[in-house]
Design a protein around this ligand. Structure first.
Ligand SMILES: NC(=O)c1ccc[n+]([C@@H]2O[C@H](COP(=O)([O-])OP(=O)(O)OC[C@H]3O[C@@H](n4cnc5c(N)ncnc54)[C@H](OP(=O)(O)O)[C@@H]3O)[C@@H](O)[C@H]2O)c1
Length: 248
């Protein structure tokens, strides 16, 4: 039986990912900053462990407690929407600590055991904004584009060791609490000079058109985890697939 460790399972994509791997017979280590036993159905194949990807001690404890596993999904992330002028450097650092350095730190922490196993898969969840630049998203986009570049490079050094690394690129998923969580943590400061730019962006989140669902992302993560022929960059969701193909 295979085992997956997923970061950020308290809601959204991570929670659905955990459910999909459980449904398909895997053992799942669902990690959360604040562990909750009530968000997933009880199973003898499910373990819930605390993990804050910005905290080195938390990472070390989690990886030690997890024991060997086959797949790491770096899903934890936080959003941010603001003109560059409206966001403090502290908030910018906090975003990079989670989205970029958190992913890098988790990857580094699991390499020794995957190298010793001679096998393993690491799946990094980034965002469709990395191939469709949008205003007010420069910091978030930079934090995720750095993960794309990091992944493609580190994949080359891990491949000879038997470890595969892939990127899943979701589109816009209004179904998850991502936007609310982002506003709660990062604030929303749109200075007057940017209000005209911001209006269509705000409308975009409630707007129709193609979207991504949590299940689209879970299916893409599943493919990245289980299909050795999976391409390096895998868009997830109708909007992400369309934009990815248009950008090629
Ligand atoms: N929804 C979208 O439109 C969208 C589109 C493209 C990409 N993405 C990406 O997809 C991923 C999941 O997003 P989502 O839509 O599922 O949003 P979400 O429901 O807000 O989930 C984000 C998860 O990350 C966790 N997290 C945040 N900071 C963390 C930290 N320091 N350590 C560990 N866990 C942390 C959150 O835990 P807490 O509850 O403890 O905060 C939560 O479980 C993110 O990387 C996001 O950037 C989302």
């Amino acid at each position: 039986m295979s085992t997956v460790l997923i970061t950020g399972c308290s809601s959204g994509f991570g929670l659905d990912n955990a459910q999909v791997f459980l449904d398909r017979g895997w053992s799942v280590i669902a990690t959360m900053r604040t562990p909750r036993e009530d968000v997933l159905p009880a199973s003898d194949r499910l373990r819930i462990l605390p993990l804050d990807v910005t905290d080195p001690a938390s990472i070390a404890q989690c990886v030690a407690a997890a024991g060997p596993f086959d797949v790491l999904v770096n899903n934890a992330g936080v959003g941010q929407m603001s003109p560059l002028e409206g966001v403090s450097m502290d908030k910018i650092r906090e975003l990079f600590e989670t989205n970029t350095l958190g992913t890098i730190a988790m990857t580094q922490a699991v390499i020794p055991q995957m190298r010793e196993q001679g096998s393993g898969v690491i799946v990094n969840v980034t965002s469709g904004v990395t191939f469709q630049p949008l205003p007010l998203m420069s910091i978030y986009t930079a934090s995720k584009a750095a993960v794309n570049a990091f992944t493609e490079s580190v994949a080359l050094e891990l491949e000879p060791l038997g470890v595969r690394v892939r990127i899943v690129i979701p589109g816009r998923a209004p179904e998850t609490p991502f936007g609310d969580n982002a506003r709660a943590r990062m604030g929303l400061n749109i200075p007057e000079a940017y209000q005209a730019l911001a209006a269509p962006m705000m409308g975009r989140f409630g707007a129709g058109g193609d979207i991504t669902t949590s299940r689209d992302v879970s299916e893409a993560v599943w493919r990245a985890a289980t299909d050795p022929a999976c391409p390096m960059r895998l868009p997830a969701g109708a909007d992400a697939v369309a934009r990815f193909n248009a950008a090629k």
